[in-house]
Write a protein that binds this ligand. Structure first.
Ligand SMILES: *[C@@H]1O[C@H](CO)[C@@H](O)[C@H](O)[C@H]1NC(C)=O
Ligand SMILES: *[C@@H]1O[C@H](CO)[C@@H](O)[C@H](O)[C@H]1NC(C)=O
Ligand SMILES: *[C@@H]1O[C@H](CO)[C@@H](O)[C@H](O)[C@H]1NC(C)=O
Ligand SMILES: *[C@@H]1O[C@H](CO)[C@@H](O)[C@H](O)[C@H]1NC(C)=O
Ligand SMILES: *[C@@H]1O[C@H](CO)[C@@H](O)[C@H](O)[C@H]1NC(C)=O
Ligand SMILES: *[C@@H]1O[C@H](CO)[C@@H](O)[C@H](O)[C@H]1NC(C)=O
Ligand SMILES: *[C@@H]1O[C@H](CO)[C@@H](O)[C@H](O)[C@H]1NC(C)=O
Ligand SMILES: *[C@@H]1O[C@H](CO)[C@@H](O)[C@H](O)[C@H]1NC(C)=O
Ligand SMILES: *[C@@H]1O[C@H](CO)[C@@H](O)[C@H](O)[C@H]1NC(C)=O
Ligand SMILES: *[C@@H]1O[C@H](CO)[C@@H](O)[C@H](O)[C@H]1NC(C)=O
Ligand SMILES: *[C@@H]1O[C@H](CO)[C@@H](O)[C@H](O)[C@H]1NC(C)=O
Ligand SMILES: *[C@@H]1O[C@H](CO)[C@@H](O)[C@H](O)[C@H]1NC(C)=O
Length: 473
């Protein structure tokens, strides 16, 4: 991935310097002065549970925003079940990232559960796994299912298949809890293997604001279902569970859990997903304060709306290409795609300034996207939701879900250009299951593991420094 990213991007930044140098210099300054904690904490979750499985002690995350509580003697562990045992990891994740909560795990060769007493409503459930050997068990024998209430979150799940280079895996789900119902999260070793076992390092539960992902900006719960007959809507309700597969701060930096709007979501940068970006530009204005008149101010961190990717300033070039991102996803599921937008460039002020076409998975999502029109003015963040089915395709476990932008015909737009600030992609459960097949060896994992933020920042810094040096020369 990194190789692709350098191949595509490093040369492409250089032609854009002339036009965007001012933005890039501001961007550079932003990287030099870390903005940790800059996002105001604008939402207060009813419940925040950070459970450190298998540990008797507590541990605070590196950035100090979360204290993981050891689960030994915890009220959540089911005592009537078969014994599950705490186990210490034999190694620690490589890289400079946060090592919590990976030192300990709870492990068993038979089923075990946690029961959480929660208020009713939508919850984020985040599961943290560290793929290493515990108690001298063979790590390749860990095959298991995870259910939460009625939903199957993972099935025949293998951490050694799913882990990235740091051997850590992080999965985020959204599940609704009904009134007077406990939420049971159950880990069951796969029965088709004789000596399989299940384990978990950390469970995080955070209450979601009502309607965060099941209700659109207009208050409706139905979103356009692309690729179906015209007018067909996809209705998303509380009886659906979601799995977050990508959450991206387009044109900006990685945003850590502690810098989110108190929901502990992480946002990756978009560079690994760009496939056609010649010669895109990165507008950024960190002194710009968005006006949240259309959406809640906790929808995404302010940084998402202060940075963007556009097509560039050469209109001849813009008219000839589609600015494209590709996201590998499991086949045979419907996906909810949320696109975040905000116009903050001084040239883009009125309806018709920048009008563009949006295709998602090769289907037309918008013929005439006009962010100023949607927001009722410049500087107003908006998001748009779409649903798209990625059918089964000739035994392909994964397919690319593409997002592609292209200027509207010249007579409709002052600037033949397009803009995107953020993307969230969720898998929607199919008959109560979110489980996909294990990835083939050597393919990219679907999950956006929280990257070691150190690495991520230094990658960006390398690119930006190269650009700034050119400007000075
Ligand atoms: C861990 O934190 C919990 C909740 O704050 C507290 O009850 C418990 O005593 C702490 N455990 C240790 C070992 O400090
Ligand atoms: C305990 O383990 C046995 C055998 O592994 C299994 O049949 C049984 O369902 C388990 N009990 C519970 C409560 O998980
Ligand atoms: C789970 O299934 C049971 C019975 O099948 C049903 O009564 C219950 O409402 C379901 N719960 C949820 C959260 O869908
Ligand atoms: C959760 O598990 C406990 C113990 O296994 C069981 O008594 C309870 O009915 C379960 N609750 C739900 C909602 O499945
Ligand atoms: C499981 O173990 C039994 C007895 O040791 C053996 O007969 C059987 O072939 C094994 N099954 C698999 C799938 O390895
Ligand atoms: C969306 O979620 C909110 C909060 O959980 C709930 O009040 C509302 O009924 C949900 N909408 C649908 C269509 O399920
Ligand atoms: C950045 O935003 C601030 C506040 O809205 C504005 O005054 C300034 O002109 C903007 N800078 C650029 C380069 O657009
Ligand atoms: C976010 O919006 C809420 C009300 O919608 C308001 O009370 C709060 O002050 C806002 N926070 C910030 C940081 O703008
Ligand atoms: C735009 O790109 C075309 C093709 O690469 C080039 O011929 C033209 O000079 C460029 N225009 C400007 C204003 O840079
Ligand atoms: C979209 O189009 C491209 C190029 O024609 C093709 O490779 C890809 O499979 C298509 N994707 C879907 C989801 O149909
Ligand atoms: C997705 O797109 C990337 C970049 O074009 C390509 O390398 C990869 O093979 C594609 N994956 C699938 C499943 O088509
Ligand atoms: C479980 O995953 C392994 C590894 O990907 C695969 O070989 C096997 O066929 C899967 N089993 C089932 C029942 O899906």
């Amino acid at each position: 991935m990194d190789k692709i990213h350098h191949k595509y991007l490093l040369p492409n930044y250089i032609p854009t310097i002339l036009f965007t140098s001012i933005y890039i210099i501001i961007f550079f300054q932003h990287l030099c002065v870390p903005v940790a904690g800059a996002s105001p904490h604008v939402y207060t979750p009813t419940e925040t549970i950070f459970l450190y499985c298998g540990s008797s002690g507590n541990i605070t995350s590196q950035d100090g925003t979360r204290t993981w509580i050891g689960d030994i003697k915890s009220e959540y562990v089911q005592s009537q079940n078969n014994a599950s045992t705490p186990a210490k990891a034999s190694t620690q994740p490589s890289g400079g990232g946060d090592k919590t909560p990976y030192m300990w795990a709870r492990l068993s060769r038979s089923q075990f559960s946690y029961t959480f007493r929660l208020t009713p409503g939508q919850k984020f459930i985040r599961l943290y796994f560290y793929d290493t050997s515990y108690q001298n068990l063979d790590r390749s024998k860990a095959f298991f299912s995870v259910t939460a209430g009625n939903f199957t979150l993972l099935r025949n799940f293998s951490t050694s298949h799913a882990a990235d280079d740091s051997h850590t895996i992080f999965k985020e789900f959204c599940v609704n809890v009904q009134e007077n119902q406990n939420l049971n999260i159950t880990f069951s070793p796969s029965q088709e293997y004789n000596d399989s076992y299940a384990f978990i390092n950390g469970i995080e539960i955070v209450s979601m604001p009502p309607g965060l992902y099941n209700t659109t900006v207009t208050g409706e719960t139905e979103v356009p279902f692309l690729g179906q007959a015209p007018g067909v809507q996809f209705s998303l309700s509380n009886s659906n569970a979601l799995e977050m597969v990508y959450r991206v701060n387009v044109g900006g930096n990685y945003i850590s859990a502690g810098d989110d709007t108190s929901m502990y979501r992480t946002w990756s940068d978009d560079v690994s997903y760009l496939t056609e970006a010649y010669p895109s530009a990165l507008p950024v204005n960190l002194s710009f304060q968005p006006t949240f008149s259309m959406i809640h101010n906790y929808s995404a961190p302010v940084e998402v709306y202060q940075t963007a990717r556009t097509m560039g300033t050469n209109t001849t070039v813009n008219e000839k290409y589609w600015l494209t991102w590709e996201f590998p996803v499991d086949s045979a599921f419907t996906y909810l795609v949320r696109l975040h937008f905000c116009e903050f460039q001084p040239e883009i002020t009125v309806i018709g300034s920048r009008v563009f076409e949006i295709n998602i998975a090769n289907q037309t999502a918008e013929k005439h996207a006009d962010v100023i029109g949607w927001g009722g003015g410049s500087g107003v963040p908006v998001y748009m939701d779409y649903a798209v089915m990625m059918g089964s395709k000739a035994n392909q476990k994964k397919q690319n879900l593409s997002i592609a932008l292209h200027p509207a015909p010249a007579y409709m737009t002052n600037y033949p250009d397009a803009i995107l600030n953020g993307v969230e992609i969720f898998k929607v459960d199919s008959s109560g299951s979110l489980a996909g097949p294990n990835p083939d060896p050597q393919t990219t994992p679907t999950t956006v593991a929280p990257p070691t933020s150190g690495n991520n920042r230094s990658n960006n810094r390398k690119i930006i420094i190269a650009v700034v040096v050119c400007v000075i020369q």
